[in-house]
Design a protein around this ligand. Structure first.
Ligand code: SF4
Length: 226
């Protein structure tokens, strides 16, 4: 049953057209392309979750990159953020390879699903509050199906979206826990939320997030699951 629901979630996301501004933007980018990828066929649609059930770890990011996931069709693929994420997942045995470059590159996640709070590439990498609210239905369905033990929120926006979403089904601590890198919060006896700076170039190029800092979060997740 859950596998059927998982496939149906994937199908619904790919076909979704609820945010006209974002759909138009994704299609526009797919048409104009970046010079380096001019020969490639862009995905140009909402990007579904990565991974299969069951999974105890859920990684929550912000939104697909315009020339990364919006080109490849897989979250955190084809750009530097993805290079960091898949390297870390592979290092701690959540992925069979450290890179994600195309839909047929053989990538498999183990015990892990990757999702985003917004499934379409937004202009300026900034979805509106309304778009985030609209897309939260898919986050909701993702939580319900995955039922993760550990959630890693990549960035403050993902952290807040996770807490907002889970507050509808769990009694959460008050005041709401604050985001910081490597913060950890028990949301109930089954779910722990870990915070990490997003591996965006804004953070990695400036040294705000370093590889050892990023690895620390995934190492912790691995230890908690062991
Ligand atoms: S952002 Fe989410 S809700 Fe909006 S069109 Fe894309 S998939 Fe649909």
């Amino acid at each position: 049953m859950s596998n059927r629901a998982w496939k149906s979630l994937r199908r619904d996301v790919i076909q979704c057209e609820l945010c006209p501004r974002l759909i138009k933007h994704c299609q526009q980018i797919a048409k104009t392309k970046r010079r380096a990828y001019i020969d490639q066929e862009y995905w140009g649609k909402p990007v579904p979750n990565v991974g299969t059930l069951p999974a105890r770890l859920l990684v929550v990011g912000l939104a697909p990159g315009a020339h990364g996931a919006n080109r490849i069709g897989r979250m955190f693929s084809g750009d530097r953020s993805g290079d960091w994420l898949y390297e870390a997942l592979h290092r701690f045995d959540f992925a069979n390879q450290p890179t994600s470059s195309s839909l047929d590159d053989g990538l498999e996640l183990h015990d892990c699903v990757i999702t985003n709070v917004c499934r379409c590439a937004p202009p300026g990498n900034k979805p509106t509050t309304e778009e985030l609210n609209t897309c939260s239905q898919y986050l909701d369905r993702t939580f319900a199906l995955v039922q993760p033990e550990i959630i890693i929120a990549l960035g403050q926006l993902a952290w807040k979206a996770v807490l907002k979403n889970l507050s509808t089904r769990l009694e959460l601590p008050k005041p709401r826990p604050k985001f910081s890198h490597n913060a950890i919060v028990s949301l109930d006896s089954h779910i722990q939320l870990l915070g990490s700076y997003h591996p965006s170039q804004q953070n990695t190029f400036t040294g705000r997030l370093t590889k050892p800092m990023f690895h620390r979060v995934f190492r912790r997740a691995r230890r908690l699951l062991s």
